[in-house]
Every structure is written in C-alpha cells, then in structure tokens.
Design a binder for this molecule. Structure first.
Ligand SMILES: [Fe+2]
Ligand SMILES: [Fe+2]
Length: 303
C-alpha cells in the first residue's frame, strides 16, 4: 500500500471529441445531427478536431507513461454521439475499458448529442463500465486504496438546436446531499466530477443555454457543509483554467485535443491527508506532436 506521504497521481482530461466526418447514413439524420454537421463544416469543428484520434492515442500513451494511480475523463469523448464515433474511441481506449480501477469516464453533452443516441444508451454501451456500472448517479467511487472518494454526476442530456446546457436535476441533488452527509465521507478527501462547471474562467456564470441550468442549486448542496467537497473537476469549456479562490477549488481541464485552444491534460499530484494539490498542465505541442510540460500550480484544498 502507498505511504500517506506519497501523493496520489491522477490524470484528468476532458473533451477529447473523437470526430469523424459526417456521414450520409440516413440512420444518423436527426434535427440535432443537422446542427452538428453545420458546426463541423461552418463552426470550425472540422479544423479544431482534425485527426483527433491521433492526439487521443498520444494522450492515452502519455497518461500511461506518467504512472498515474487513476485517470479521469470528464466527458465529451465523441462529437455527435454516433455509433461509429463510439466504436472508434473505444478502439483507442482498448483494454483500458476493462479497468474501472484505473479509469473513470463520465458522459458529456456530445455523448448524448441526439435523442436516438440517448434511446440507444450508446455511452453506457461502450463506456458504462468506466462510469457508474448500473447507470445510477451520483456514483461514489473510491480510488487509490480508499484515500480519495470520487463522486460522479451525470448532468448531460440531449437538447434542442442552439441549446447545449446541462441539468443536474432534483433527484441527483437530493441523493448528493445524502451522500455528502454520510459518516463514510466525514474525513475523506472528496472530489466531485461532472462535465459542466459552475463558472467560466473569469468566475462569472456560463450562459444559460451553454452552462448547467441548476448550477446554483448544485453549488448550494456542495457548499452546505464546508470542506466536505475538496475539489471539483470538470470540462465542457475547452480552455483550461483553475479557480483557486473558490470554495471548493475548481479545476477545468479544458479540451485535450482542440487545436483552437492550448489543449492538454492535467497531471494532479494530490496529498489527500494534507490537502495539498499540484496541478501540472501537459500541453499539446504541434511541433513535436506530443504532450509536453506546461504551467504548474500549487493549491491548498483545506477550507
Ligand atoms: Fe466539448
Ligand atoms: Fe460539452
């Protein structure tokens, strides 16, 4: 068993968006799929996620090389939740999909892009084993020899055209409050993982049609007992940032593969017993076609 003096090493990446050119397959055509095609050809997604599969491959290799105890992906693994995209990204993950002890993946809104993708429960079909195995959220998952508790939320759903918002919902809020009040978590280092954050990089709330609709309600549950949630990890916003003056500390990994931002992933070194966290951003380097060390931040999680 690892010494409590040793940090737990966690990889956090998000919004890898495995992307294939839109097909003419009639089975894919739904109104939201049409919006996705426009986003691909006119909104820049074709350029931003060109050859994303190669970067996902590099990302997973880099994560393995960093000898992490656990890797967390906070959603948007596909672009339009098509069957072919899930098949492609599942192939890149390979046997990692059989290791929930080492990997956690939760769904993002792009993994529930169309109503049909929800009806067919495509995310769960390919990645359910790395999320909540029974599809029940919030899901409490202990990692690193029970030194850290992850609480996974599922706040992503299919939405109409022009709407990419998420919703936690009354049921998850209620159950989360119960979990956070349990004796089991009283002295644990607890990380809340969800696709959407509470705020943008400037600390302001996101637009209603892009952010989490009930972020205020979720925040009040999270803050009801000070210090119980030590850290929030999320994605959805593709530019990475840290809000360290907030309670709790919030880390958005940004997109690991979006070429329009300084994409990358975060290597977290966390001393749960001391509440110390070092976040090292590993950025995608176009010139070397690999992830290289970027900014390093030292954070105090004790509130
Ligand atoms: Fe995304
Ligand atoms: Fe998203």
């Amino acid at each position: 068993m690892a010494s409590t003096e040793e940090p737990v090493r966690i990889a956090h990446f998000s919004d890898i968006h495995y992307t294939l050119p839109p097909s003419l397959n009639w089975q894919d055509w739904e109104s939201k799929y049409t919006a996705g095609c426009a986003n691909y050809y006119l909104g820049g997604r074709r350029r931003h996620f060109a050859d994303a599969g190669a970067r996902i491959q590099s990302l997973l290799t880099d994560v393995d090389l960093q000898s992490v105890d656990h890797a967390i992906c906070s959603g948007d693994i596909t672009q339009m939740a098509r069957t072919s995209e899930f098949e492609g990204v599942a192939q890149l993950f390979g046997d990692r999909r059989l290791r929930p002890d080492r990997f956690t993946v939760i769904p993002g809104n792009h993994d529930r892009y169309t109503p049909r993708s929800v009806t067919e429960d495509r995310f769960a079909r390919w990645f359910g084993a790395l999320a909540s195995p029974l599809g029940i959220y919030p899901y409490l998952k202990w990692i690193a020899n029970k030194r850290i508790a992850l609480i996974l939320l599922d706040v992503s759903r299919a939405t109409g055209i022009g709407d990419s918002s998420g919703l936690c919902g009354a049921h998850q809020l209620r159950v989360l409050a119960t979990i956070l009040g349990s004796q089991e978590l009283a002295s644990a280092c607890t990380i809340l993982v969800l696709h959407y954050g509470f705020f943008r990089a400037n600390g302001e709330p996101d637009r209603p049609r892009h952010g989490l609709r009930d972020y205020r309600e979720l925040l009040s549950v999270v803050r009801a007992r000070r210090g119980l949630v030590n850290l929030v990890l999320h994605g959805h916003l593709h530019q990475e940032f840290v809000l360290d003056s907030h309670n709790p500390v919030i880390v958005c990994a940004g997109s690991a593969t979006d070429l329009s931002v300084r994409g990358g992933w975060n290597l977290l070194r966390l001393w749960p017993e001391r509440g110390r966290l070092v976040v090292e951003h590993r950025e995608w380097s176009v010139s070397s076609a690999s992830y290289v060390p970027g900014a390093v931040r030292l954070l105090d999680l004790r509130r």
